[in-house]
Design a protein around this ligand. Structure first.
Ligand SMILES: [Fe+2]
Ligand SMILES: [Fe+2]
Length: 287
């Protein structure tokens, strides 16, 4: 009798394992609404911060971090908000709120922190990369970076045995997590993340870019996926990879230049990646 090969795990299996996805916290949906509303202003956002002690503490830590490099310590929250500016503050709130959400996906703390640190660093770098392209939106780039590996968090929290199998396979063969997923499942963290982002009603650009973030070079109509690829490459250069990635990464310099970036920009972005990851760690601290 022929031995039956076990059915490989696909997206539907992941969906049923995850069940009801934890929903985005009120603070995050609030910020997203404000971001979409042209009539809102810095005061609206400041009010959210002042109401929430944990976020207020994070804002103070951030303003006093190397990221801002201020000469003297700031201890007043309203002053901190003024220094931070509306845009940075929105970013901080979105990231801090998402951290709370993603931590609900479960899993052991250390691995979770590592994926998070990588994702938040990609988000910050993605925003810097699009800063020079006026037709692109910095917040969309940021949100894409922040959630691009959310599918990994779902595997990590809900399917830990499969997650460990993928990491072990990647290590054994010196390949990336994504390549190892192809060997282990009929789905991958990009597809899973795309489903999650859709369920959270993130913008269509973010949802599409997450789904394509490992195939960006073949998706010329998804600039945010390409930006995410660039930011991932810089993280790889700096060793801020997240767990389970082995082997080499390459950068398509022609695409980089086509995007309007110079070789000098790569050095400049790599140099600030460490500070960006400090920002990510502050956001990821409890509170
Ligand atoms: Fe990824
Ligand atoms: Fe990544």
């Amino acid at each position: 009798m022929r031995k039956k090969t076990p059915r490989r795990i696909d997206l539907e299996d992941v969906k049923s394992k995850v069940g009801d996805l934890p929903s985005l916290p009120e603070a995050v949906t609030h910020v997203l609404r404000i971001m979409d509303d042209p009539s809102s202003n810095a005061t609206d956002v400041t009010n959210i911060v002042v109401r929430d002690a944990g976020t207020a503490a994070k804002v103070l830590r951030l303003v006093n971090s190397a990221y801002f490099g201020l000469a003297s310590k700031v201890s007043d929250i309203k002053h901190a908000v003024t220094l931070l500016g509306f845009k940075e503050l929105r970013t901080l709130l979105l990231a801090a709120g998402s951290f709370g959400l993603l931590s609900k996906l479960g899993g052991e703390q250390k691995g979770f922190q590592e994926i998070w640190k990588h994702s938040a660093t990609v988000a910050m770098l993605a925003r810097r990369i699009v800063a020079r392209r006026l037709e692109l939106d910095q917040e969309t780039a940021f949100a894409t970076g922040l959630f691009h590996d959310a599918g990994k968090l779902a595997l990590f929290g809900y399917m830990p045995i499969m997650y460990r199998k993928i990491v072990a396979e990647a290590k054994k063969q010196s390949i990336s997590f994504f390549e190892a997923e192809k060997l282990c499942m009929d789905t991958n963290h990009a597809e899973i993340g795309q489903w999650m982002a859709g369920a959270w009603r993130l913008s269509p650009s973010v949802v599409a870019a997450i789904g394509l973030h490992h195939d960006a070079v073949n998706a010329p109509n998804e600039p945010y996926a390409l930006v995410c690829e660039f930011a991932n490459y810089i993280c790889w250069l700096k060793g801020i990879n997240g767990p389970g990635n082995f082997g080499q990464r390459t950068l398509d310099l022609a695409l980089w230049k086509n995007f309007g970036l110079a070789s000098d920009d790569l050095d400049a972005l790599a140099a600030i990646a460490d500070i960006e990851s400090e920002f990510a760690e502050i956001i990821a601290q409890g509170g």
